[in-house]
Design a protein around this ligand. Structure first.
Ligand code: XMP
Length: 524
């Protein structure tokens, strides 16, 4: 059976996923309303699962299938017998109508993709309270098939030119069905519908980070008992928040291992050690393994070889230092909810995508360790909120992501200590510029890459023959796709001048304007 993640003493909302690209956005909207919800694929939601999950309300997501397709995905019939409010969205609306006695027809001229406008009927509906800010509300439609007859008990509460049943409901049973996607940005007032839905379902909005903190601490204590836990601390947000939370729960039973592979940014090692060892008083092993890593990387210029060397050494080094802790039974990881959501697979059972943690992949089995993953129920921004709740400085929590292999993948070609030093200085100046101009929080990630070419320049009266570097800055939602950041020419000019003046070893600065795809964010 698909795993339930929820703390049991919260009201829970079940999102049954039919494979829509935007199902996670539904969960985000609900979490913003302090409602605990989980996404489970339709083919994992059995009657037994429903009974155990005991949702206080259910949302049927959109999805790419047609209800006419053979084996079209459906929720179990029992979902309609739970006696709880149900909201069907797009495909969820169609499958609801089909199963409750209505009729769905194939698209032809009634398919609708993109912006549409819904106008209200005269009868009022609790779900729509306060939703119509004007005479018609903008929504986002994306459907081929459409409902041609609504199910018995349902009435129409909103229409659009191509969707006469844009909003329907059986108010007595609290069954609601909308043809559009209220969760997306292009339905500007969509959050209001979710707010109304959870209010009328009776949710208390008790899913707050301070409540979560207390519960997570109790759960960690119960899981770990008197045993020891080790945690690989990278200085990134996820591992840092996980470490602080676990430390609050079990104190010095937790030891953190911070591996310094010599590929960190300027001042980074000191910052992490000062904050966690001195400020939080955590037992922290600062594994200074720069010579080992840089020695093994010497002469290597193949990107894959470099990554493999770093990955393997990381595990060896982590294991060596973790063994110093003695009889640790648990390994703490900062796994997040998007990593554990099961995705819908139409070919067979539900597929599970669990991303292995790049830093310590394979270690739990190798060392016979059990896992503690206190962030498994959280989205990234909830982790940030929890970090703030735990007292981590906002500037630390809002830091750009930094990859495990560090500066190695920003130094194409052979890595030398001299190049790394130049890169660190240039990166520090660039980030300083971005902060000074108030742009840091608008950017997903920004860094300098030092290029494996030397170029000729004139400085003062002499010729120089120094490295060229590339500035990179991107906007992104999840790192999967990205666009370059549109700095002004003034900003770029000023930054180039500062880097060339302040960083010996660089005499040429370029700006990388590649989006992802086709490029990647990192250079290697
Ligand atoms: P790319 O370069 O693939 O990067 O567009 C997407 C995001 O992932 C980060 N990244 C990594 N993070 N270990 C990590 O922890 C890695 O090996 C790694 N490679 C890329 C990258 O910084 C960006 O945020």
């Amino acid at each position: 059976m698909t795993q339930i993640h929820a703390p049991t003493d919260h009201d829970r909302l079940l999102i049954i996923d039919f494979g829509s690209q935007v199902t996670q956005l539904i969960a985000r909207r609900l979490r913003e309303l302090h409602v605990y919800c989980e996404i489970h694929p339709f083919n994992a939601v059995t009657p037994e699962f429903l009974a155990e999950f005991a949702p206080k309300a259910v949302i049927l997501s959109g999805g790419p299938a047609s209800v006419f397709a053979e084996g079209a995905p459906r929720p179990p019939e029992q979902v309609f017998e739970l006696n709880v409010p149900i909201l069907g969205i797009c495909y969820g609306q169609q499958v609801m109508m089909e199963m409750l006695g209505g009729k769905v027809e194939r698209g032809h001229n009634t398919a609708e993709f993109g912006r549409a406008y819904v106008t209200p009927e005269t009868e009022q509906l609790d779900l729509l309270e306060g939703w119509f800010l004007t005479e018609r509300e903008q929504v986002w439609m994306s459907h081929g098939d459409h409902v041609s007859r609504i199910a018995p008990g349902f009435r129409v509460f909103g229409t659009s030119p191509n969707a006469p049943f844009a909003v329907t409901a059986d108010p007595d049973r609290h069954f609601y069905a909308v043809q559009f996607h209220p969760e997306v940005h292009h339905t500007p007032n969509g959050a209001k519908l979710y707010e109304n839905f959870v209010r009328l379902a009776g949710f208390k909005g008790d899913w707050t980070m301070s409540a979560y903190r207390e519960e997570a601490i109790a759960k960690i204590r119960e899981t770990v008992g008197d045993d020891k836990v080790i945690c690989g601390l990278s200085g990134g947000v996820d591992s840092s928040v996980a470490a602080v939370l676990i430390h609050e729960a079990i104190g010095d039973q937790l030891t953190c291992v911070f591996v310094d592979h010599g590929l960190l940014r300027k001042g980074e090692a000191e910052e992490v050690v000062t904050m966690f060892r001195d400020h939080y008083n955590m037992p922290l092993i600062h594994a200074d393994e720069q010579d080992l890593f840089l020695g093994e990387l010497d002469g290597q210029d193949d990107p894959e070889a470099k990554r493999k060397i770093i990955g393997k050494l990381f595990i060896d080094v982590f294991q060596k230092h973790a063994t110093e802790v003695g009889d640790a039974k648990f390994l703490a990881q900062g796994t997040l909810y998007p990593d554990v959501i099961e995705s819908v697979s139409f070919s067979g059972g539900p597929s599970v995508t669990i991303k292995s943690h790049h830093n310590v992949g394979g270690l739990p089995e190798k060392m016979g360790l059990k896992l503690v993953e206190p962030l498994r129920e959280l989205f990234k921004d909830e982790v940030r909120a929890l970090g703030v709740e735990l007292g981590l400085p906002k500037s630390f929590i809002g830091r750009h992501p930094f990859p495990g292999p560090g500066l190695a993948i920003r130094c194409p070609g052979e890595i030398t200590r001299a190049k790394l030093d130049i890169l660190r200085e240039a990166d520090a100046v660039y980030i300083d510029q971005i902060r000074k101009h108030g742009l840091y929080d608008d950017i997903w990630q920004a860094f300098v890459a030092i290029l494996p070419v030397r170029t000729v320049g004139v400085m003062g009266d002499g010729r120089t023959y120094d490295f060229a570097c590339a500035l990179r800055a991107v906007t992104s939602v999840d790192g999967m796709t990205a666009d370059y950041y549109p700095f002004t020419h003034e900003f770029l000019g000023e930054t180039a001048t500062r880097i060339i003046n302040e960083v010996p070893g660089i005499n040429r600065v370029t700006y990388d304007i590649t989006s992802k795809p086709p490029g990647t964010i990192e250079w290697e």
